[in-house]
Design a protein around this ligand. Sequence first.
Ligand code: MN
Length: 298
Amino acid sequence: MKDEQTPYENLLGTHALVFTGQVDAESVRTAAERTKAAGYGLLEFSLHDIDGFDYAQSRQDLADLGLEVVGSRGLAADADVSSEDLDVVARGVDLLKRSVDSVAGLGGHMLCGALYSAFRKFPHQLSAKGRANAVSALRDLAPYAAERGIKLGLEVCNRYETNVVNTAHEAVALADDIGSDNVMIHLDSYHMNIEEDDFYRPIKTAGDRLGYVHIGENHRGYLGAGHIDFPAMFHALADIDYRGPITFESFSTAVVAEPLSSDLAIWRNLWNDCDDLAAHSRRFIADGLAAARRISKN
Ligand code: MN
């Protein structure tokens, strides 16, 4: 239960791309140390290079620093569970299972992102058959993940990155159709800015299904330097009494990881000082949440 004297504090995290685009043991250790130094308790890795990790070493280093670990990804054009081609779907399922294994190998408990489709601009609408394939694939993946202590976060992404789930409302419908307790909704302010009506209602729509949150500016740079309505977002998180992790996501050409950087269309240099960016963002999120919680009825 919530202690009135000590307001609940969410576990705050940062994306590894704030520090490095590499996943070798030395890069992971350095990113983890800088994550810790900036005051975060969680580090999220993009799984675009699953085979590049030194799992034993990095798992130990992350555990030594007491950091929670999250893995995120989208699927690929030739490995897409929303395809009508069952061979493509099967490769998508295999990629998802290997991604669950990757998170487990790093000692983490959450796999999130566009787990339901390729991460790309689609030239057509999602078909009913494609959606049914995605539901079926994730229904099969959910127990595989649960057995390994992993939750799945369906990230609501914008229309240029998927044609399956663009709004919180659609994500709730997909999660309901999958119907597994460890399948959660993952909202991201960057995508919400493009697709949602505002920054309050999607969080209310997700409600207790919300399991992971990305905080990013509309240009993916310094928080507060753009036009995202963070007070509305923090009020919504306070009002639903969201207690899950919240992770800062920011990308700049200062840190490059291919093919992810190109997939995300990171063409601009929005910052160079990673450590300043990370520390500033943690303060911004913590202060905004604390302020909203102080006046929330929850
Ligand atoms: Mn995101």
